[in-house]
Design a protein around this ligand. Sequence first.
Ligand SMILES: [Zn+2]
Length: 208
Amino acid sequence: MFLKPLFLMKAFSQFFIIATLCLFSSISQAGNFRTVVIDAGHGGHDNGGQWGRVYEKHLALDTAYRLEGKLKALGYNTVMTRRSDYFISLPQRVSTGNSYRNAIFVSIHYNYTWKQEVSGLETFYYSAEGKTLADCVHNNLIRRTRTVDRKVKYARFYVIRNSALPAVLVEGGFVSNSPERDRMKSAWFRESIAQGIVDGIQRYRRGM
Ligand SMILES: [Zn+2]
């Protein structure tokens, strides 16, 4: 009997935090975009993180396709920096993104470390506008996946540092962590990553 109101309160406060974080985007350029540039990390000879036969490049591409489908259904224009398992350089990814106006850039990765116990999801940004987008995307990712929260972080990764667009880089979990690797191998987990990103993009857009 006591659990239900407590759960509701928790859900409400979580919603409030997300709404507040995204409210700050009202002073930004959010809402002006119609196009989402989706960047599936790695590809071709660059496998990214790898454990056995689980390759980051495959997980990222599958998640990117799921994200593309969901965004198209909502009426967004989408651009994929790669559509199958081939190598593209970091400057190529950036120049694809930067050739669009009124767009945002979302790079999808899965993580790896030699410390096998490390797990969780983290979202990176470089610019101030990227931070607003990252807050929206990350909070919704955590809400959808209920996974370990490694927070929103500043980083100088090439694709977000050189993007002229509001840009984020999502690390959807560690292929080096056994329980997380098992989850990522399931379609439902990659689906919830894609849905969390979509929810965040929608929230960022409504922030206007
Ligand atoms: Zn990666």
